[in-house]
Ligand binder design. Structure first.
Ligand code: FAD
Length: 264
C-alpha cells in the first residue's frame, strides 16, 4: 500500500516545528524514525494532512547528564541509546531493554521519543520509563510542561500530548551504582513486540531496599506494580519475599486475551 497524500515540512528548530503543528490545527503528525508512523500511513490507518519531519532539528538529539538525571533529546536513536557509555553506566536497565526493541535496522531509525509518544503498551521503553519514574518534556504554543508516566499514558496508543505539542526530551533518573536490574520478555520471535514483558530494578540504600517493577503488554498502559515493590522493600529478596511479590504482581495486572495468547 502507498500512503495517502500529505504535505511535508522539514523544520530546523523546535519552535518552527511547534508552529507548523499549530498551523495544521491538529491535522499534522510529527515524523521521528517513522518505524511505527510509516506503516500506519501505508495501511491508511493514519491520514494526516501533513508530516512534520523532526530529523533535521539538531536540538532534539543527544544524551546529557544533568543533576543525577539523564536527559535524552526525543530524536535520540534507539541504536545510540544501546551503545551509549553514559546509558551503560547510569541506566543499564534501559540498555538491556533496548536490545529487545525490534531488530538492528529498526533501532537505527527508531527514536526514544517516538517510542514513548507512540505509547504502544507492549513496547519496552514505556515500561522502563514507568519503572524508573521518568518524565517527558512537552513543548507547545503555550510553552513547556513536564509529565510523569501516569500523566502521559492514557490508553492504547494514546497520550495526553496535545496535537500541537511536541515531546522534546525524555528524562530518567540515573540508577544508583550497585543497582540490580533485568528486562524479561516473552515474544514468539525475537524482535517481535512483547506478549508480556517486565522491567525490574532493585537497589539498597543504607539498609533500605528500593524496588521498581513495571510491565509491558498487560493492559492499555504500562502497569507499575507498587504492591509487589512494597513486599520486596519491606521483606527483602529472600525466596519467600520474592514468591509473595510474584503472587501480588499477578494479582495487580489484568491482561487482555488476544490473537497471540490467553490472558493467563
Ligand atoms: P515514528 O514512527 O516516527 O512516530 C510514532 C508516533 O509518535 C507517531 O504518531 C508520531 O507522530 C509520534 N511522535 C514521534 N515523535 C514524536 C515527538 N517527538 N513528539 C510528539 N509525537 C511524536 N518497538 C518496540 O518498542 N518494541 C519492538 O519489539 C518493536 N518491534 C518492531 C518491529 C518492526 C518490524 C517495526 C517496523 C517496528 C518495531 N517497533 C518496536 C517500533 C519501533 O521501535 C519504533 O521506533 C517506535 O515505535 C516509534 O519510534 P519512531 O521514532 O520510529 O516514531
Amino acid at each position: 500500500m502507498k500512503p495517502p497524500r500529505f504535505d511535508y515540512h522539514a523544520p530546523r528548530s523546535i519552535d518552527e516545528a511547534v508552529a507548523l503543528l499549530a498551523r495544521y490545527g491538529g491535522d499534522a503528525k510529527p515524523l521521528a524514525g517513522g518505524q511505527s508512523l510509516v506503516p500506519l500511513l501505508n495501511f491508511r490507518l493514519a491520514r494526516p494532512a501533513a508530516l512534520i519531519d523532526l530529523n533535521r532539528i539538531p536540538a532534539l538529539a543527544g544524551i546529557r547528564e544533568v543533576d543525577g538525571q539523564v536527559a535524552f533529546g526525543a530524536m535520540t536513536r534507539q541504536r545510540t541509546v544501546e551503545f551509549s557509555p553514559v546509558v551503560t553506566r547510569t541506566l543499564p536497565l534501559l540498555a538491556e531493554a533496548t536490545r529487545w526493541v525490534g531488530h538492528l535496522p529498526i533501532r537505527s531509525r527508531g527514536t526514544i521519543g517516538g517510542s514513548i509518544a507512540h505509547a504502544d503498551p507492549s513496547a519496552e521503553y514505556p515500561a522502563v520509563f514507568t519503572a524508573l519514574d521518568g518524565t517527558v518534556v512537552a513543548r507547545g504554543p503555550k510553552g513547556e510542561r513536564v509529565l510523569t508516566p501516569a500523566e502521559l499514558f492514557e490508553t492504547y496508543l494514546t497520550t495526553s500530548l496535545a496535537p500541537d505539542e511536541l515531546l522534546t526530551e525524555v528524562r530518567l533518573p540515573a540508577m544508583p551504582s550497585g543497582a540490580g536490574w533485568a528486562f524479561e520478555e516473552f515474544a514468539r520471535r525475537h524482535g517481535d513486540f512483547a506478549i508480556v514483558g517486565i522491567a525490574a530494578a532493585l537497589w539498597r540504600d543504607g539498609g533500605r531496599w528500593t524496588a521498581r517493577l513495571a510491565t509491558a503488554g498487560t493492559g492499555p498502559v504500562p502497569a507499575r506494580l507498587r504492591g509487589a515493590e512494597e513486599i520486596i522493600e519491606r521483606d527483602g529478596v529472600g525466596d519467600k519475599a520474592v514468591a509473595a511479590a510474584a503472587t501480588r504482581a499477578a494479582e495487580l495486572v489484568q491482561p487482555d486475551a488476544d490473537l497471540h495468547a490467553s490472558a493467563d
